[in-house]
Design a protein around this ligand. Structure first.
Ligand SMILES: [Zn+2]
Length: 420
């Protein structure tokens, strides 16, 4: 260990076991702050905290890393403060690897209300004007960057690829993401093409700036930069994005891994992830941004994604929606007032080991803060463990048996969901 609590290890990725006939694999990411066994679900701590849960509890529930958001931390408390604190992990007292996402998605989605994964009828809207008409739009994109209005105080700010790199270097996460334009499924084909070229040019600028900052900040642990792939639902654009970003080399600076991003139609998620992963180098890790539903995680792992993040497990927990092996349930339902058994009998989390569903149902009705804490610990454990179980199943050679058994039971009460 070095004086700043890091191992001094550089960044690396070692793929291990492959799912026969598929691109999914197990592997190991090494960062200066520790190792991540993949596939892995990464809990989200947007503002340098997983809402309602202490870092030690995230560690105890098996969280291997935490992902925070550059946009939120840039506005508050400011990246200079996180830098002075010794970086994100030291600031939040997290003993392990950290990620920050670039802020591109947040600044571009301000006021637009689109999600990263849009399970919608993509035929309904096919024009860029749908977004342009939005009266609440708080961001404007041009070829150099994005100008946006703070959601906190209305002040104006500007992110460019260089600013995003500077902010993320100050935040100091082990894995950072290139600044990209996140489009929606509403955008036209023509817009997607122009946007993809803009994202490619921004990726080059990110590599140049990242290289300079890495050389300037030799007193800090090495930060790995992931390029973010866009291209919406178009096969040629997705494959081109993967080839373009994998091939970029700015005076020896290349991407250490890749973020699979943008609008992903839920029905085509597996196909789109497969297109990208077929083009990407096998020896670099791939992070599927913003995915956390059980069926989507199986699809992502199967088709080659190594890590995942999503706010859903904690956000849903705060609304008393919790996972069980028989599907998602809501503790506000009166039947839980007298369930003197854990939320899920098969769960090994702190909450299920110590408390009944009846107690949690009471805490939610009484609006006690610890209700969110206990429910979040359970949901995060459920999803972290699910992906850990996928890793074990790949190692044991029975991934598809595990997938069939888990999804068949989890979605058995939802006839509209395909457990394939
Ligand atoms: Zn539990």
């Amino acid at each position: 260990m070095t004086h700043d609590g890091t191992s001094g290890e550089p960044f690396s990725f070692a793929p291990e076991r492959q799912i026969p006939g598929k691109l999914g694999r197990t592997g190991r990411i090494t960062t200066p702050h520790g190792e991540i066994k993949t596939p892995a679900f990464i809990p989200v701590g947007t503002k340098a905290t997983v809402k309602g849960v202490l870092p030690g509890a995230i560690k105890d529930l098996g969280g291997q890393a935490v992902l925070a958001n550059a946009y939120h931390l840039y506005l508050q408390p400011g990246p200079d403060i996180v830098d002075e604190a010794g970086g994100l992990a030291a600031f939040m007292n997290w003993q392990g690897p950290t990620f920050t996402d670039s802020g591109g998605f947040q600044v571009l989605s301000l006021g637009v209300g689109f999600k990263k994964v849009i399970a919608m009828d993509t035929e309904t809207f096919r024009s860029d004007e749908v977004i342009a008409e939005n009266k609440e739009r708080l961001a404007h994109v041009d070829d150099d960057g994005v100008t946006f209005k703070s959601h906190l105080d209305g002040s104006m700010h500007r992110f460019t690829p260089e600013v995003s790199m500077q902010v993320q270097h100050q935040l100091g996460a082990d894995i950072i993401f290139a600044f990209d334009e996140c489009t929606t499924l509403h955008n036209t084909r023509g817009y997607q093409e122009r946007s993809l070229e803009r994202t490619r040019l921004w990726a080059k600028r990110c590599l140049v700036e990242h290289g300079q900052l890495t050389r300037q900040r030799i007193h800090r642990p090495y930060q790995a930069l992931f390029g973010v792939l866009q291209g919406a639902q178009y096969e040629d654009l997705r494959r081109k994005a993967a080839r373009d970003l994998a091939g970029l080399d700015e005076q020896g600076v290349t991407f250490d891994g890749f973020g699979l991003g943008g609008a992903l139609d839920k029905e085509k998620l597996g196909t789109i992830v497969e297109w990208m992963c077929e083009e990407l180098p096998q020896d670099k890790p791939r992070h599927l941004l913003g995915i956390g539903e059980p069926d989507d995680l199986f699809i992502g792992v199967e088709n080659g994604a190594d890590t995942f993040d999503c706010v859903a497990p904690s956000r849903q927990a705060r609304t008393s929606a919790v996972f069980t092996v028989d599907g998602r349930v809501n503790l506000s339902n009166s039947k839980y007032q007298r369930q003197f058994a854990p939320i899920d009998q098969s769960c090994d989390c702190y909450t299920c080991s110590n408390y009944t569903a009846a107690y949690l149902a009471h805490l939610f009705r009484a609006k006690e803060m610890v209700a969110s804490t206990l429910a979040t610990i359970h949901n995060e454990r459920f999803i972290v463990r699910l992906v850990d179980q996928m890793r074990a199943a790949i190692e044991n050679g029975d991934f598809f048996d595990f997938k069939r058994d888990f999804l068949g039971r989890f979605y058995s009460n939802q006839p509209n969901r395909q457990a394939t």
